[in-house]
Ligand binder design. Sequence first.
Ligand SMILES: *Cc1c(COP(=O)(O)O)cnc(C)c1O
Length: 402
Amino acid sequence: MVRPFEGNFTQQEAIGDIAIAAAVEVLQSGRLHRYNTIAGQLSQAAMLEQEYATYQNSKYCLACASGGYAMNIALRAAGLEPGEPVLTNSFTLAPVPGAIVGAGGKPVFVEITKNLVIDLDDLAAKFKSTAARFLLLSHMRGHVVDMDRLMAIVDANDAILIEDCAHTMGAKWQNRNSGNFGLAACFSTQTYKHLNSGEGGFVTSNDPAFMARAIILSGSYMLYEKHGAAPDPSAFADIRLQTPNCSGRMDNLRAAILRPQLVDLEHNIERWNKRYGIIEKRLSELNTVQLPVRPKEESYVGSSIQFLIPGISGETARHFIDANQKLGVELKWFGSDEPVAFTSNHSSWRYIEAQNLPRTDAILSSLFDIRIPLTFSLQDCEHIGEIIAACVQELSPDGECQ
Ligand SMILES: *Cc1c(COP(=O)(O)O)cnc(C)c1O
């Protein structure tokens, strides 16, 4: 009998000493608002924008209140009109349809494949059937679709791509950073993502007019010249008067704790991928388990891992989750009829017209998902792999409970 795992799947690493010292300094200064600077001083938020733009290799970066907010203003800054369809993958997290609806759009879900990426044939078909101008591509759980094929479809439809990189901060397709393919990309620095400020987000882009609109939307008043990675003030000449101010700024306290974390990001990606590799290897030895195939062009960040048990019934899936839970392994399941915690699917987003997504539903009902916080040691990951393997072995070959 395998012994239970005692680690905690929601326990991220502590904020480091350098970040804590930086936070204390901001608190002592009293200047928490990003525009509350003295002459000639660049705020923590502005410096973070410069540093993130450099890391991302994008011209411009806006730091803001959350990833969901970043997507909302990115859609608006990209020119979304009320009631317009926005294509997005059917496997995503609630803030994505929320941002589309919040920006006045109508989410149209595109099927996914068993490799957990957007189904490019369905994407091409839905561009035709909806005449959508926008794709908000969610790189859900860090799985990057064939970006060459995707861009060919986007370009053939004269569409605008916005990437949701909440799980692909630090990931690449063929040496190009995830987020640098479309008009703009959105990132999250919420606690469970790759940088942790509790809440927070970025919008990146190389387009000056887009970024000028995003900055004004974020609540910059007429202080946009205090930004760190913004277009030239001339880009704001008309936009500053034509764009509503919808406050959702990042403050200096969060920025101060993010800057030192950004320095550690590449190292942390290696640490995540080591942990991912250990669990992946153990799961790959199990016949009933199917792992998403990750193409060689993809460099991913293994901050979570997903696997499928094709054909598993709802009842067996619940047994399987309980068996893992009893041994301390917390699996998330996107196949539940009832949304649970962070996990919900298109059938529970009832503010949107119901959509028929049979392939997605079949995949989600057999899909299990685990977080891999960096507080887990390599031994912990081996242990987790053993527990899942033991629970899988309790299932009969057709995925049913024995
Ligand atoms: C977390 C997340 C976001 C943004 O989340 P916020 O909590 O608003 O920062 C967007 N997309 C996906 C897929 C996410 O997981």
